[in-house]
Write a protein that binds this ligand. Structure first.
Ligand code: C2E
Ligand code: CA
Ligand code: CA
Length: 676
């Protein structure tokens, strides 16, 4: 039986490789597939619209009762005892009966005669019911088509035919492959799936009637017969053309400069990756980064519109000049080019020519504009291991070039490279330093100026790396700050210093203090507060013996929050000290607002003593005293400075003249023994 656009179940039934027929509510035969013809011996024409001729006369009453209860219950029935009669008199049993429901009403039932082999492993889910489930799930939301093993379409739903701009009857009986462009790269995978009978899922391009390509997210489900041979395929597709276009658009925006449409930094690092990977000794490349000198002046005097037009013209000139380059416009007035280039000379020649082209006058809206540009160049192969590093090196070179002057073409020098390489190495090594236990502390004694009695120590962080050697804190602490590693590191310092002090309270002097440096990030972090609370809770040391040093710049950063945080720390019993006092931005009058206990007067003021310039030192000491703060002179190196300080009201000092920072062992040797 054929209709112009058979519904999904009709086409499925007709193609089901089992003897199958459909009875409408009035028990009339409506569908009778060819396997049913073969099994029962009646042709469709003979049974069409009739009562099924195969119910055993003795079972008729029973069957009718059964039928009505079936219509009521809408459940699949497995009839084992109803005898079916073929045309030649053969008897059959074992029939599966599935309701076909439309709009909540049973419109009929499907009868499947289960073959011998299938009978044993029949599952609770009847064969036909699965297909019906699929239909309801997908028919309304997706583009569905069914084709047979030969690829001939036997069913299309409305959405599917609409998508392809055909009428359903034009598609049925066609080969489904005609809907795919012949060069579709997914074809081999799909073919494999068809052959093997495995489901396939992926994106595929299809061709509509008018030849428009649409992107479909598709799933191809093979239905296998009882011999495991696929006899039918259901293709379920969602049209994602719009979504893909939208994604592409978003992707473009994310990877390109809005103004010029050139790649932005992110897009460049992505796109340039391949060229970088292919580059090497035989195939050297160079990355040029440049910006326009005094672009801001042009922008300010001619307006941003002219500024934008100028940038667009610059972009055009680069594109005309360097067709093979990967060009980027990371932002502002900065542009970059990745070119293949044989060494310094060739890169320089290229750059010089480009610079000349870019520096020719621009005629924009009646204005004649002149620009110069400064270049930074980094070559590869070199120390760089990634395009990102090459980019950063060009940035360094450009930065150095800007310092020299407008119009400079600056290579990355070996010195810049060494500095940079070391920076990268340190950054990398810092990540594992805590785990590798490569940090330790040194302790610099702080003494009372009057009687030179040991008052306490300042804990100073030391790092010995297995390859980099001893790295001074002035070098790695800013990098640890930048990489957000400083908080865990400083936390370790805090706890380590506490443990050490606890020991020395027993072996040296219970009155000793320990000063610990807090980084700006750490000062603002919640971790610090938790660690301090832990120290109090566990009773590791008396909080008053711990002095937390913050630089005055930290104190000035966010005054209100800072004061609050300081109060909180003080309420736990810890003492606070302003480090490097006098070098920052704080004005002296602010000092009153901060609840600190101590000022550490920076070394520059102490050095002033020997240069006969102690006016500032005097006023700091005066101010500190009037606020009742403990004053510590830092970096005292000379006898003369020491004797000067002894005459002032400064109470304590710390410096090489008394002692350099010491290891814990050295401290114990020097002080623990003295006590005995
Ligand atoms: P700072 O807090 O001002 O520490 C004093 C620095 O001056 C120390 O350098 C110390 O060795 C040095 N110094 C002491 N007396 C003299 C002297 O008489 N003459 C000279 N020329 N120098 C003297 P260091 O250990 O290299 O530390 C440098 C900076 O690193 C410290 O300056 C501090 O800002 C930071 N730092 C050290 N340890 C830590 C830490 O655990 N955490 C944080 N956040 N920063 C730390
Ligand atoms: Ca300090
Ligand atoms: Ca200091």
């Amino acid at each position: 039986m054929k209709r112009s656009n058979p519904s999904l179940y009709e086409s499925t039934l007709t193609n089901l490789p089992l003897p199958t027929f459909f009875l409408s509510r009035d028990l009339r035969v409506r569908i009778w597939n060819e396997h049913a013809e073969a099994l029962f011996g009646w042709k469709f024409e003979e049974v069409d619209g009739q009562l099924p001729p195969l119910i055993h006369p003795e079972d008729i009453v029973f069957t009718e009762t059964l039928w009505f209860s079936f219509l009521e219950k809408q459940e699949t029935l497995h009839l084992k005892n109803v005898r079916m009669l073929a045309k030649d008199g053969t008897l059959f049993r074992d029939i599966e009966l599935s309701p076909v429901v439309e709009d909540g009403l049973v419109i009929g039932a499907v009868f499947c005669c289960l073959p011998e082999r299938h009978r044993r492993d029949i599952t609770s889910k009847p064969v036909f019911q699965e297909l019906i489930d699929l239909r309801t799930a997908f028919d309304e939301t997706a583009n569905v088509t069914v084709f047979d093993a030969k690829g001939t379409i036997t069913y299309v739903n409305d959405l599917f035919s609409r998508l392809f701009e055909y009428r359903p009857e034009e598609l049925v009986s066609q080969s489904w492959r005609s809907l795919l462009p012949s060069e579709a790269k997914e074809l081999p995978a799909i073919r494999d799936s068809l052959k093997s009978g495995n489901a396939w899922s992926g994106k595929v391009d299809v061709l509509t009637r008018r030849g428009v390509v649409k992107q479909i997210q598709a799933t191809l489900i093979p239905l296998r017969d009882i011999y495991d041979v696929p006899y039918q395929f259901i293709f379920i597709g969602i049209d994602i053309t719009e979504k893909v276009r939208h994604e592409r658009q978003l992707n473009f925006v994310a990877n390109h400069n809005e103004l010029t449409g050139l790649l932005n930094k992110r897009g460049f690092l992505d796109t340039g990756e391949e060229m970088f990977d292919l580059a090497g000794k035989e195939n050297p490349i160079a990355f040029l980064l440049f910006d326009l000198d005094r672009f801001k002046v042009i922008n300010d005097s001619f307006g941003p519109q002219i500024g934008d037009l100028l940038l667009t013209s610059v972009a055009e000139r680069i594109e005309n000049h360097a067709e093979d380059a990967i060009i980027c416009h990371p932002g502002g007035d900065q542009f970059g080019l990745l070119i293949s280039s044989h060494g310094h000379e060739s890169a320089f020649r290229f750059t010089r020519k480009l610079q000349q082209a870019l520096q020719r006058p621009y005629y924009i809206n009646g204005h004649t504009l002149f620009i110069t540009c400064t270049f930074g160049i980094a070559l590869y192969p070199s120390e760089s291991t990634t395009l990102f590093e090459l980019y950063r090196r060009a940035e360094l070179a450009l930065f150095a070039g800007k310092a020299i002057g407008a119009g400079t073409i600056q290579y990355l020098t070996e010195e810049m490279d060494t500095t940079y390489t070391r920076k990268v190495q340190i950054e990398r090594a810092l990540f594992t330093a805590l785990d590798e236990h490569s940090f330790h502390l040194h302790f610099q004694p702080i003494v009372d100026l009057k009687d030179k009695r040991l008052a306490g120590f300042e804990a100073l962080l030391r790092w010995r790396h297995k390859e980099l050697g001893d790295v001074p804190p002035s070098e790695f602490i800013p990098l640890a700050e930048a990489a957000a590693l400083i908080i865990p590191i400083n936390n370790w310092v805090l706890l380590e210093a506490c443990d050490q002090l606890k020991k020395w309270h027993e072996t040296i002097d219970p009155g000793l203090t320990m000063a610990v440096n807090l980084s700006p990030q750490q000062f603002q972090s919640e971790t610090l507060m938790r660690t301090l609370q832990l120290i109090v809770k566990e009773g590791r040391i008396k909080p008053a013996s711990l002095i937390l040093e913050v630089t005055e710049n930290v104190a000035m950063l966010r005054t209100k929050e800072t004061v609050e945080r300081m109060r909180l720390i003080k309420s736990l019993g810890f003492r606070l000290s302003l480090d490097d006092f006098g070098t920052g931005y704080s004005s002296l009058q602010y000092l009153r607002a901060f609840p600190v206990d101590e000022l550490k007067i920076d070394k520059v003021f102490i050095d002033g003593i020997d240069q006969n310039d102690s006016a500032l030192l005097d006023s700091i000491i005066h101010l500190g005293c009037s606020l009742g703060l403990n004053l510590v002179a830092e970096g005292v190196e000379t006898e003369s400075a020491l004797s000067y300080l002894e005459q002032t009201k400064c109470q304590q000092m710390q410096g090489f003249i008394f002692s350099k920072p010491l290891s814990a062992e050295q401290v114990e040797q020097q002080y623990a023994s003295k006590k005995e």
